[in-house]
Design a protein around this ligand. Sequence first.
Ligand code: UT7
Length: 325
Amino acid sequence: MTEARTVILGTGGYLPEKVLTNDDLAKMVDTSDEWIVQRTGIRRRHIAAEGETTSDLATAAARQALANAGLTPADIDLILVATTTPDLTFPATAVLVQSKLGMTHGAAFDLQAVCSGFIYGLTMADAMLKAGQAKRALVIGAETMSRLLDWGDRTTCVLFGDGAGAVVLGIDSQPAKPAGKGILHAQLRSDGSHREKLYVDGGPSTTQTVGHLRMEGKEVFKHAVGMITDVIEACFAATGLSASDIDWFIPHQANIRIIDASAKKLGIPLERVVRTVENHGNTSAASIPLALHTAASDGRLKPGDLLLLEAMGGGFTWGSLLLRW
Ligand code: UT7
């Protein structure tokens, strides 16, 4: 028995050249390397250069994913960019990427689910490929979070960074689940009653400004582990898989304490967890594809490995996805 399955054909990642260390931040606000490392696990983050936009980061990651897949823009007919920091209010960052890749064919649009954007994006592209709406898709998580930060607010400016990650998706005939490669199952959630715990205090329809990121960090932290583990348990229940089947846990990279507590609660050993937050901070929708690309590039991921992805962020939105490499 075989079935149509969405598979990853290539991964890519891009981090801007400029690095901002915790010591650099300590010169800007009342903080310290010790506080940031102890509370978050973050040591450095990358900051986009002046004039470098989300679509530039996204295009660089996309080019690398295409090269790794052995494909060219001509082979792609869907571009989906998950971002909360678009170049412009419109048109979508995805059409700017499309243009930078020299494409005038196919469809391109943005998806806004903040830090969960890449899980939402993979799920959306999976459905579109299976419905025959496209043959090959680029799903990109790309952010210039530095442009949304209040650089005088030590409770938020130390947490975030800029970056982009991308995957090329195709459709393939695979052995029936849970065998075979590709996306096996996803669960998405949102609950807008939590919107004031993590949001941006501006927008075209409210203040006509871009605004700054505001967060009740402790409140987000309080909900994070429970929401993440609940949605993962739902993925397990739907597939008959369990934590002991997971070869690699690739969580949203926001805070090492949330990552480690979630792994512990699920019973996934830390050596099976991909942790990159130290090197780039919270890059929102870019964090999972960046972590995925890191683990794919350094040879950790082996054919047949079962990967568990999860994210939680503003809204709240959250979700998890099971995928065989
Ligand atoms: O994608 C989802 C995005 N968001 C998250 O994942 C964030 C979730 N939340 C967190 O990661 C944590 O709540 C934080 C890292 C944001 C904060 O850690 P915490 O352990 O919850 O610290 P706290 O907010 O309780 O603050 C403890 C102390 C406070 O001082 P007092 O009131 O005890 O005197 C803060 O004012 O630390 C102070 N503080 C800082 N000190 C040095 C807050 N930010 C800083 C800072 N440097 N950057």
